[in-house]
Design a protein around this ligand. Sequence first.
Ligand code: SAJ
Length: 435
Amino acid sequence: MKFNKICVLGLGYIGLPTASTFATHGLRVAGVDINPQIVSMLQNGELHIYEPGLRTLVQAALKSGNLTIGAQPEPADAFIIAVPTPFFEEQHGTYQGQPYRLADLRAVTSAAQAIVPHLRKGNLVVLESTSPPRTTVDLLIPILEQSGLRAGEDFHLCYSPERVLPGQILRELIENARVIGGIDRLSAEAGRDLYAIFVRGEIVLTDATTAEMVKLMENTYRDVNIAIANEFARLAERFGVDVWEAIALANRHPRVQILRPGPGVGGHCISVDPWFFVEAAPDLARLIHAARQVNDAQPHHVISLIRQALGALNGKRLAALGLAFKPDVDDLRESPAVEIVRALQQAGAQVAAYEPFKLQPDLPGIAARPTLEAALAEAEALLFLVGHNQFRQLDPSSLAALTPARLVVDVVNVCQPSAWQAAGFRLVRLGVGKN
Ligand code: SAJ
């Protein structure tokens, strides 16, 4: 199938790079977002999100004239839906007394509805948003067929998950293998023709529901593996072991690759996607459910670690170093570090936060400092909550002069114990049950 013009609905971390990459590869692209602020920022060449290299890419796409930004879909050869699929904040399901999260598919539903008036015979529609199994077939087809056209007969329909890693989106978008699941063979082939415009990784065709499941399996696999690392950390604390040493030793086994324990699992993917399995089949997804509970409880575990080290938190002045959901990104969504700061504040602590990748985070109630020095100046204890590389490189002896704190709680293993101890700090580390 040949494509001249496409329409991308949702201009976030996935839709914007995707739209821009198609545009710089010669397609005409109508980028659509329902948020008027995002539309007007992008129209002026300003970005609402940070991703290395994205600004240059978007500006090039706009300058070429191939990318236009608007609030409404336009007729096109293909439509790509890349809107968020979060879970509901308030509502829960329960299985055997255990609560689970429910997927909020309203954005997918309204994006599909917005396409209906523009859908023409021969078009391709692709859903990229991570979605519960069977969403393409059970949710999208009935909506798109309100156009009077028949899925498969009159238009093609695919599910193609994005699997790019925040921080490396632009490279991975092009280089990663891409799975394209069609509701039928011709749909999958149409999807392949579209993504072959810029994807250099292998393009593998399958059916839509398999492609949905592949995406969920990838992130669930990672979640379960992080959960076991977090559980090992708790076990090591109880048994008087240093989990970091134990993991390094276990990972010398040729078939073992244990991940890193930490403050919990953040971001908008790994902490969300496994719930789609739990919601769809709570009776079967038992291990997945338990892993989610372990990872969601990890910030509380960190709080109890801090409490053990500091005693009562009320009135304590703490420096929280790092707010991002993972190392070396500016993304604060679903960040366990933010959750920990909020819980500390609720317990009465005064927290001066510092996030080197976002000096002025938009987090109501959290006082972020513009420099490391400012965060440290009055602290009684330092908390390393994110494993940013620059934290790893801090020199504890020069830091000692900047802060009255002599206690450091490191939940991400950025502090080299002998160096920090030599500089006069008492070091408390997640997953370390020995002194
Ligand atoms: N984390 C740990 N320990 C680890 C690894 C990660 O605690 O050993 C934590 C991180 O700190 C973070 C969370 O897990 O809070 C998730 O981080 P991540 O780097 O594992 O993943 P994301 O959310 O940035 O991106 C994932 C990727 N999926 C996989 O690696 C299977 C990415 O390829 C997907 O495209 C992305 O989810 C997505 O959009 O689904």
